[in-house]
Design a binder for this molecule. Structure first.
Ligand code: CMP
Length: 133
């Protein structure tokens, strides 16, 4: 099934000018970039975006981090785009990510893991609306 998902190139990757490489990696692997924009969100917006994690011990740092610098938000489209994007990103912790995945190639730490992708159909709709409505 053709799906849409939200992808974020996080501050650590934008800062290192990895956006062109990351975008071409998505395209090469069958995900079309329907929309893309560079934004800088506030601490409040980050806490709203990541509210599913509000009970987690890392929530505060996570929100500080996402709002710490420019990010690139994209709508990706393709066959099974949600799972496909998660496969291309690799495990959350770059140390555990499989070879050839974005987080293995570019991630610095579990916080600075370069990319975010929606984890379900429900969240992909919510996350796309958050940035593109
Ligand atoms: P992301 O896919 O953007 O979703 C939530 C983020 O929380 C995750 O990537 C990580 O960057 C960050 N995070 C920080 N610590 C942890 C942790 N212990 N477990 C999972 N995610 C974490």
């Amino acid at each position: 099934m053709v799906e849409r998902t939200l992808s974020i190139i996080k501050p650590d990757a934008v800062e290192r000018n990895l956006d062109i490489d990351i975008k071409s990696f998505f395209k090469k692997n069958g995900l079309k970039i329907l929309k893309s924009k560079k934004v800088k969100i506030s601490r409040e917006e980050a806490s709203e975006f990541y509210k599913v994690h509000q009970t987690k011990p890392f929530y505060n740092e996570l929100c500080n981090y996402l709002s710490s610098g420019p990010i690139i938000v994209m709508i990706l489209e393709g066959e099974n785009a949600i799972a496909k994007n998660r496969q291309l990103m690799g495990a959350t912790d770059p140390l555990k990510a499989e070879d050839g995945t974005l987080r293995k190639m570019y991630g610095i730490s579990i916080d600075k893991n370069s990319v975010h992708g929606s984890d379900s159909m429900e969240n992909s709709k919510i996350e796309i609306d958050f940035f593109f409505k």
